[in-house]
Design a binder for this molecule. Structure first.
Ligand code: ATP
Length: 366
């Protein structure tokens, strides 16, 4: 097996009283597009700056391609960074901005021209090589920043919220472009964002961070469908949480008292739970099924509810439902052949359930 591109062992960083990173362990494989996702202040930028060499760890180790980075300055690391601000040289044209790195390496003129041309071709800017950054749109400046960062073929490209300055449509388009560049180049990308949609749609793996720690690492699907705790579940999307109590455990299934009835659930790790334990049952809004009273007979796993809000969203109809306990649930209903009639009325009585097994069961968190 090839060496990981990056290995972090018990990496910590303190600024005075602030513990920005608290013992980070992480391995990043070659060719991965990994995102660091988390709220403002959780330590994402600090982690990137430590890998780039702009900051020194308080403790712990950084290894890149099998080599310890202790004492290695930024310019000697096989890493390049694209910043949120792009940090282009305003007085230089596009060609010279991209050629800056290869020139400092002392490459021959012909080789520099070849590399710069190749990088500008990739980002579709070969025709604008003579323009200054101020004569370019936001998206074009972003592409120059990417061309400049990849022209020397670093092993790892670090991207610190690089799409923040772009409007929604351009940002969506650039997300797809970035994935394509990454695939084309085969370079490991570590991408920082606080936008969960961006993280889920772009990455091969997502690292969810909170208060200087890693909460969970996994594929977008694992993070979304099997969050390890409430923080991850809430951070990557909307979630409904129903509180219950384990009445009995029978092999791999739990009987759980929930909203005035006892239902049967099959958690992924049943051994974690004992009779009497308080549990939370987490269900995504799109996993809830809402039935008209004449569509379904009341079943053991079905709850009666009242429709409180109906919000038309184009691809879905989003409902706020109230259970008899007063607990509110958010439910997204997709238009499809089986369920084309989504004209729910406020105040209507309905049944709600979910696709068995699509819930996540966690120990109760207050
Ligand atoms: P954002 O999404 O807002 O950029 P972040 O997740 O990137 O946030 P960091 O910038 O890594 O977070 O900051 C982590 C913590 O470390 C914060 O509490 C921040 O105030 C603190 N911090 C970062 N750099 C410094 C510094 N040079 N001096 C003092 N404190 C710092």
């Amino acid at each position: 097996m090839s060496l990981p591109a990056i290995e972090l062992k018990q990496l910590s960083k303190t600024f005075g009283d602030t513990h920005a990173l608290k013992g980070i362990d992480l391995q990043v494989s070659k060719g991965e597009l990994l995102t660091l996702l988390g709220p403002s202040g959780c330590g994402k930028t600090t982690l990137l700056r430590l890998i780039a060499g702009f900051e020194t760890p308080t403790s712990g180790e950084i290894t890149i391609d099998g080599q310890s980075m202790a004492g290695i300055p930024p310019e000697r690391r096989p890493v390049n960074t694209v910043f949120q601000s792009y940090a282009l040289f305003p007085h230089m044209n596009v060609f010279d901005n991209v050629a800056f790195g290869p020139r400092t390496k002392g490459l021959q003129r012909k080789e520099i021209e070849r590399r710069v041309h190749e990088a500008l071709e990739m980002v579709n800017l070969a025709d604008l090589a003579q323009r200054k950054p101020a004569q370019l749109s936001g998206g074009q400046q972003q592409r120059v920043a990417i061309a400049r960062a990849v022209v020397n073929k670093p092993l790892v490209l670090l991207l610190d919220e690089p799409l923040n300055a772009l409007d929604y449509k351009l940002r969506k388009a650039m997300q797809i472009e970035l994935i394509q560049y990454q695939r084309q180049l085969g370079i490991t990308f570590i991408f920082v964002t606080h936008d969960q949609d961006e993280a889920l749609s772009m990455s091969s793996r997502v690292v969810v961070m909170n208060e200087g720690r890693i909460e969970q690492t996994g594929t977008p699907r694992e993070i979304y469908e099997t969050p390890r705790n409430h923080f991850v579940a809430r951070f990557v999307g909307e979630i409904n949480i129903l509180e219950g109590t384990v009445v009995r455990r029978e092999g791999d299934t739990l009987r759980v008292g929930l909203e005035g009835r006892t239902i049967e659930l099959a958690p992924t790790s049943p051994n974690e739970f004992q009779r009497g334990d308080a549990v939370d049952v987490l269900i995504r809004p799109e996993d809830l099924r809402v039935w008209r009273l004449d569509e379904l007979a009341s079943g053991a796993q079905t709850f009666g509810a009242t429709v409180c809000e109906v919000i038309y969203k184009g691809t879905t109809v989003d409902l706020i439902l109230r259970l008899s306990s007063g607990k509110q649930l958010a439910a997204s209903q997709f238009f499809n052949e089986d369920h084309e009639q989504l004209e729910f009325a406020i105040g209507e009585e309905v049944f709600v359930d979910w696709i068995p097994g699509w819930e996540v069961i966690l120990p109760h968190e207050s």
